[in-house]
Design a protein around this ligand. Structure first.
Ligand SMILES: [Zn+2]
Length: 109
């Protein structure tokens, strides 16, 4: 199977003969075509994009608590909602909740 880079490498010069491209488009395509083991950081490079996604995923995995459930919904009774509209109070609730779940994950691991 041919990669997007290989397809562009083979067809980009012919494309440019028939179509206009901006300086930015030409630069990004060229960076992608020339990309090797060193990252080109082109926004359209599938190799660099996969590498970035893999690194991001691993960083996320390393920083998450080892718990089977990662989504928690906190609800508050309507009586408390005016109090929680104050960012300081809401922050106290969220930090306390985070600490509670951190302790729970440590107990279960
Ligand atoms: Zn690249």
């Amino acid at each position: 199977m041919r990669s997007v880079r290989q397809i562009l490498k083979e067809n980009w010069p012919q494309y440019l003969k028939r179509h206009a491209a901006t300086y930015h488009q030409k630069r990004e395509i060229q960076k992608m075509v020339d990309c090797s083991k060193n990252s080109c950081n082109s926004r359209i490079c599938s190799s660099c994009g996969k590498r970035y996604a893999d690194t991001w995923s691993q960083n996320l995995k390393d920083n998450l608590h080892p718990a089977p459930c990662r989504h928690v919904v906190l609800t508050a009774p309507s009586l408390l909602r005016p109090i929680l509209r104050d960012w300081n109070n809401l922050n106290i609730l969220l930090q306390s909740s985070r600490d509670f779940f951190r302790i729970c994950s440590q107990i279960n691991s």
